[in-house]
Write a protein that binds this ligand. Structure first.
Ligand code: ADP
Ligand code: ZN
Length: 720
């Protein structure tokens, strides 16, 4: 008898009988009947004493799959994460088993080869097939169908005619192994201590967390590559987590310049076949370095020896649906369970990580200066109260002048505005009507390139109508405020000869086109980049020397307890794109509040001042990491139902000293996709067992029924 965990949103295990002749132990991947379906599952425990009343209703395990069992370390991680985040264990397990449709050894793929004469009846489709295989090599049948757009029956027909033969395609080769000594760089003085620390960390091999804290352009990647090289030499696997797959393009090339081959990728854009193959290579230990998005943390590595979390401060590490987990924090947990080192890299560490480094819980490895003697950018504020742009424009005369000079000098410039689309609001000049989403509490954003008004929360979109739907006035609609598309219009008027490019996540059709666009910029074929936060992160654009932040105040003062930290990180990162390879980078902050502590710290390049004041503030107010938070988001199809449930939930909360329960309050985003939302915020002392408290409370509280939904978010990052 065994208890198995099924990768669906359930917390408990199911008992199954082990058929005669099958030996099963915890971690084995099996197929089991569940209801009318056959599902994948993992043996979680042996069960010698099942409930006798269940006994004759138990079903048999149907098969044991030929894949390596999930190791105890991974099973503990899954239990730990589920327990901490209050997510069903099956939902966490699902991330470990996400390997495409078929599991187990790769299916045999069929290929065809040209062996005979063309048939008498030669249709255009048949001709295309014959042309495509005229090299006499073996071609995958499904590849041909996709590449030349013929149906499978055309190929089958040619096989029947004796023109082609069918053969099994050889199994994919294991990925080539990175070579730790392929191209060892020379390190400069300021990097040497860091390099030593990275090697020592990997050599010792045990659990330890290091903060690799280096200014933008200091060579953090080169330095942590040494920890990977050492881990490779020791024959163990390394995982590099990246916040966004948009970052991986340049990274893959850089990795292969250092190690001779590309690492294995893991993210949502992989085709099912690649996903399946990569999963198998990771589980078999054939993949020695994996670069992936947050979910790569839950893969069944055969022998993981090192985890790197690049840009550890990035918000994208927090998953906000399904299991609400923070991949950076859970990476530290995995490191602890597996007894391996973890490196957190950032130029602007999260306040949590900075506090851990200051307290000595994490080892600080500092890279204080830029590679190649490059200076940090010089940063100035442009006070919009004194130097405003012309009416209806967003770039002040001084910034426009600086950009013009930079472009004339052959440098690249970047205008940064963290707002997609053309304008965040459209209104009618005649009656004041504002275009809002019908099912969300949000304005519709004007997207001129796509010619739609779009809701950024649910994706609803409509064409911009010719007349106002409210008062029928003609030509009365005006766009209010700027987005990147509008900035491009302004830039075209200001710098008519410049080659400009807008980079924004909504304009990206595929990961390939994005990588191509980033390469175009890196190779200097663009003079002016106009971008959202997509450009802020990690990229290396050698000719970029000037960054103009159009609205530096945008992220401040929205009620988010992390507003100052986010603004500091984002603006540092984006200005840090400037002056990385030649000349002195310059950053301009257009702001209405140049005296704000974040602006002052940015201008003075005073990292310590920012962290010290922010840490003091958190300590005074008991915000993380000096206290703990959890959010409960209650939603329903109508407002009274959501609010009523939220109130009853609060009333049923166990009163405990040191637990502060705030709310219910209407969420800042009060309606999303027609669902009314209320929030509760729980605030406790640092060492309080918040997960346990929540579990106890919710087990005894009224359950959300019908249309009601309750989401629990431990350590929330978003307060919307
Ligand atoms: P960071 O991630 O700290 O912003 P990078 O790792 O991107 O910095 O390094 C900045 C640039 O300097 C990159 O182009 C990198 O290849 C180069 N670089 C850093 N260290 C070295 C080194 N020791 N030898 C050669 N190039 C280096
Ligand atoms: Zn909407």
């Amino acid at each position: 008898m065994v208890d198995v965990l099924v990768p669906v949103a359930l917390d408990h295990t199911y008992s199954y009988r082990v058929p005669r002749g099958m030996a099963l132990k915890p971690g084995d991947v099996v197929g089991v009947p569940l209801g009318s379906r056959e599902v994948l599952a993992v043996v979680w425990a042996e069960n010698a004493n099942p409930d006798p009343r269940l006994h004759n209703r138990l079903k048999d395990v149907s098969e044991k799959l030929e894949v390596p069992p999930l190791k105890p370390e991974l099973r503990s991680l899954i239990d730990w994460v589920a327990n901490y985040t209050l997510s069903p264990r099956g939902m966490v397990l699902r991330m470990s088993l996400r390997m495409g449709e078929q599991l187990g050894p790769e299916r045999v793929r069929l290929g065809v080869r040209l062996v005979g004469e063309p048939p008498k009846r030669l249709t255009p489709a048949r001709r295309r097939v014959i042309e495509a295989v005229s090299d006499g090599l073996l071609h995958g049948k499904s590849d041909l169908v996709r590449e030349i757009g013929v149906s499978g029956s055309v190929i089958d027909g040619l096989v029947d005619e004796g023109t082609l033969t069918v053969e099994a395609m050889p199994r994919a080769l294991p990925p080539p192994a990175p070579d730790p000594s392929f191209a060892q760089p020379e390190f400069f003085d300021a990097q040497l201590a860091g390099v030593e620390a990275m090697r020592a960390l990997a050599e010792s091999g045990g659990f330890q967390v290091a903060l690799l804290d280096g200014v933008t352009g200091s060579g953090k990647t080169e330095v942590y590559f040494e920890a990977i090289a050492e881990t490779l030499r020791r024959g163990r696997q390394s995982l590099i987590l990246m916040p966004e797959i948009s970052l991986t393009g340049q990274f893959l090339d850089r990795f292969s310049r250092r190690f001779g081959v590309r690492p294995l990728e893991w993210h949502s854009e992989l085709t099912p076949r690649t996903r399946q193959r990569n999963w198998a290579a990771i589980a078999a230990g054939e993949a020695s370095v994996v670069v992936g998005a947050r979910s790569a943390l839950f893969l069944p590595y055969a022998d993981l020896g090192l985890i790197i979390v690049d840009e550890e401060h990035d918000q994208a590490y927090k998953q906000d649906e399904g299991a609400h987990y923070h991949a950076r924090d859970m990476a530290v947990v995995r490191g602890h369970i597996a007894k391996i080192p973890v490196v957190l890299a950032s130029a602007t560490p999260s306040v949590e990580t900075e506090v851990n480094a200051r307290k000595g819980r994490y080892q600080r490895v500092a890279l204080p200066s830029r590679f190649g003697g490059q200076h940090m950018p010089h940063i100035e504020a442009i006070d919009l109260r004194r130097e405003p742009p012309p009416r209806g424009r967003y770039v002040s005369p001084r910034l426009a002048g600086e950009i013009r000079t930079a472009i004339e000098r052959g440098e690249q410039a970047l205008l940064f505005l963290n707002r997609r689309g053309y304008a965040p609001l459209t209104l009618c000049r005649a009656c004041g009507h504002r275009f809002a989403c019908t099912i969300c509490d949000a304005w519709l954003v004007d997207h001129r390139f796509r010619q739609r008004l779009v809701c950024h929360h649910c994706g609803f979109s409509m064409a911009r109508p010719p007349t106002c739907p409210h008062c029928a006035a003609e030509e009365s609609l005006v766009a209010v405020g700027p987005g990147v598309e509008r900035l491009q219009e302004e830039a075209a008027a200001l710098f008519p000869d410049a080659r400009s490019m807008v980079l924004s996540s909504d304009l990206i059709t595929s990961i390939e086109t994005m990588r191509a666009e980033l390469t175009e910029i890196a190779e200097g074929r663009v003079d002016l980049i106009i971008g959202t936060q997509l450009v802020a992160k990690g990229h290396n654009f050698p000719r970029l020397n000037l960054v103009g932040v159009v609205d530096a105040d945008l992220g401040l003062g929205n009620g988010d307890p992390r507003a100052a930290e986010r603004t500091w990180q984002l603006l540092n990162q984006v200005i840090g794109r400037a002056g990385r390879e030649q000349g002195r980078g310059r950053g301009y902050l257009q702001t209405h509040q140049p005296e704000h502590p974040v602006m002052k710290a940015l201008i003075a390049c005073d990292r310590e001042a920012f962290y010290t004041s922010e840490i003091d503030a958190r300590e005074r107010t008991g915000y993380p990491p000096f206290g703990r938070l959890a959010s409960l988001i209650i939603s329903a199809g109508d407002r009274p139902t959501a609010e009523g449930f939220a109130r009853r939930l609060v009333a049923s909360a166990p009163r405990e000293e040191g637990v502060l329960l705030l709310g219910p309050a209407e969420a800042p985003l009060a309606v999303i996709k027609g669902r009314y939302r209320f929030r509760l915020l729980l605030k406790t002392a640092r060492n309080f067992d918040l997960s346990n408290y929540l579990r106890h409370w919710l087990a005894h509280a009224e359950k959300p029924r019908g249309n009601l939904k309750l989401e629990v978010d431990v350590d929330p990052q978003s307060f919307l």
